[in-house]
Design a protein around this ligand. Structure first.
Ligand code: NA7
Length: 551
């Protein structure tokens, strides 16, 4: 167990490093800092177990959209060889088992405190320490603070009048009860048709008496074509781990398939249709990579969009419902592209209704259901909010981080998040952010991004210790340049055109509209980060002398 380096009079436990969050990122960060650098490191986690996103998101149908053989840690061959995924896309319980397997195998849990939600994190410049307080009043301090709080962990329940008066039950998918929810025989209403709603609807419809889906924005979705994995595939994935890793490291999204080399305009209509159809039949996110310019050229994108809309119209039998589902108002993949198992088919069931809440918005929740502006009432027993998250910054800001000279992070980011490489922010020394705003994060297969961040942070901390520098933070200038580059990278794509996407923070009222993830691609980002480190952490100020820092 990592030793507490000291306790002060107030009972503060002091470590070399504190890590907030015990998902993929927190697990690997603890392993790196404790077992590679030999630091005393400790994880604080709000949940009662490891898993992060996969601890909380237990809604019906919750599964990963990355393919299982690529949704794993690749830093350890032993870990890779010791685990078998059962399906092409793992379900939440299996991912949770995997993360527990990793935590047990690396003996990580002894250095974690669960049920510890961080209420405040404050930089103490005199002591060169981050001081943390949990909601239940426990106190911790450490030289280095790594936030591994995830990008999609702060649930967004819309502020709809009357929710408090609802006589039935309501749930947000991101904080789903662990015992499950029995929807059998119930009239269920689901608000939201993002990746989550698209996964949940078919499963809810199977069990509920009736499912009403409230759609504000129609969405593209591609069939996942999930299936059990056979022994041949499992053996292949293990034997080819090095090539799979190499492939994931060389693509913009960190998935193990290359981006098409051709433009959608390089082929004739028949060939393009055949390629899309093949990708549709194969299933999954690779359709997005059919051509190199789907995300950058409006006309190229329109070919993919038209193909998917035609499939929706083909599947959904009722023409009015089909039209509503296929009226997608943004280019394909400019919002997070969902993949599904029978989503559009669900609307052919007798017990499923689609309600257009763009034309007729939800006005209030009544004791018995949902009332629309037109006065139409939808009686419900259960409301499911599949309404997403205060993405990328929500969980960070909720920790009430205060940097040098009492500067709150919320104030520093009042006009939108500003970081260098997504990893650090000026005024917040020794605060390292895993998959922060300004990093590729949500645009990638997350474990690939997480491994790169954690390794970069580990190297940076090793460098600090080797050189005797007490603190590290970016210059304002480097941060300005990175923010400009993140904007340029986003503007080189069609993604800013989806004006209501959570990539832009547009789903949370009052949140500044800034395109948060780095759209320049994971492979390019990896190269930039490596160059920065090789150039002596260019753009960062390494300051102070460790000898002056109290232990
Ligand atoms: P998303 O992608 O943010 O989707 C949320 C959905 O909820 C989306 O359809 C929203 O419509 C809808 N929404 C949100 N608030 C309202 C209100 N007030 N009324 C009606 N509809 C509303 O969240 P997900 O959980 O699906 O996915 C998040 C990520 O998790 C996903 O991308 C994966 O990376 C995993 P809108 O589009 O804003 O009109």
């Amino acid at each position: 167990m990592s030793e507490v380096t000291s306790r002060d009079g107030a009972g503060t436990q002091v470590f070399d490093a504190l890590i907030v969050g015990a998902g993929f990122a927190g697990l690997y960060q603890l392993h790196c800092l404790r077992d590679r650098l030999g630091l005393s490191a400790h994880v604080l986690e709000a949940a009662d177990g490891v898993g992060g996103t996969w601890w909380w998101n237990r809604y019906p149908g919750a599964r990963c959209d990355s393919e299982s053989h690529a949704y794993a840690f690749y830093f350890s061959d032993e870990l890779l060889q010791s685990w078998d995924w059962s399906e092409r896309y793992p379900q939440q319980p299996e991912i949770l088992r995997y993360l527990n397997h990793v935590a047990d195998r690396l003996d990580l849990k002894r250095d974690m405190t669960f049920g510890a939600r961080v209420a405040a994190a404050e930089w103490d410049g005199a002591a060169t320490l981050w001081r943390l307080r949990t909601e239940d009043g426990r106190r911790y301090a450490a030289r280095y603070l790594v936030t591994a709080v995830g990008c999609l962990s702060s649930a967004n329940v819309p502020d709809i009048p009357g929710l408090g008066d609802f006589a039935g039950e309501w749930f947000h998918t991101g904080t789903w009860p662990h015992g499950g929810v029995d929807v059998a025989g119930k009239r269920v209403g689901m608000i939201g048709t993002g990746s989550t709603g698209i996964q949940a609807a078919p499963v809810l419809a199977e069990a509920a008496a009736h499912l009403t889906v409230f759609q504000r924005t129609a969405n593209y979705s591609i069939p996942a074509r999930n299936r059990p994995l056979d022994d041949t595939f499992k053996a292949w994935a293990k034997a080819h781990a090095a090539e799979i890793r190499q492939a994931m490291h060389s693509t913009p999204n960190g998935h193990p398939w290359p981006l098409g080399e051709r433009s959608a305009h390089d082929v004739d209509d028949a060939e393009r249709e055949a390629l899309y159809r093949a990708a549709w039949e194969k299933g999954g996110l690779a359709l997005r990579a059919t051509f190199r310019d789907i995300l950058t050229d409006r006309a190229a994108n329109a070919t993919a969009a038209a193909f998917i809309k035609a499939r929706i119209r083909e599947v959904v039998k009722d023409p009015a419902t089909a039209a509503l589902l296929a009226e997608v108002d943004h280019p394909f993949a400019t919002k997070r592209p969902p993949i599904d198992t029978g989503y559009f088919e669900t609307f052919n069931r007798d017990n499923v209704t689609l309600v257009d809440v763009r034309a007729d918005p939800v006005e209030r929740i009544t004791p018995t259901g949902v009332r629309l502006r037109s006065g139409t009432e939808h009686p419900l027993d259960i409301i499911v909010f599949a309404t997403g998250f205060d993405a990328m910054t929500g969980a960070l800001l909720r920790m009430n981080v205060t940097g040098r000279d009492g500067l709150p992070l919320a104030e520093a980011w009042a006009a939108g998040p500003r970081t260098h490489l997504g990893l650090q922010a000026a005024g917040f020394p020794n605060l390292f952010i895993v998959t922060g705003p300004g990093s590729p994060s949500v645009l990638t297969n997350m474990p690939v991004a997480i491994e790169q961040h954690v390794e970069w942070i580990t190297d940076a901390i090793a460098h600090l210790r080797a050189t005797g520098a007490a603190t590290m933070e970016p210059t304002e200038d480097a941060m300005d340049r990175w923010v400009a580059h993140v904007n340029d990278a986003a503007n080189a794509t069609l993604m800013p055109e989806a004006g209501h996407s959570w990539y832009l923070g547009a789903n949370v009222p009052g949140k500044p509209r800034v395109f948060m993830p780095y759209a320049g691609g994971m492979a390019r980002y990896r190269r930039i980060c490596a160059e920065v480190a090789a150039n002596g952490y260019e753009g960062f100020v390494l300051a102070g002398d460790r000898a002056r820092v109290p232990a």
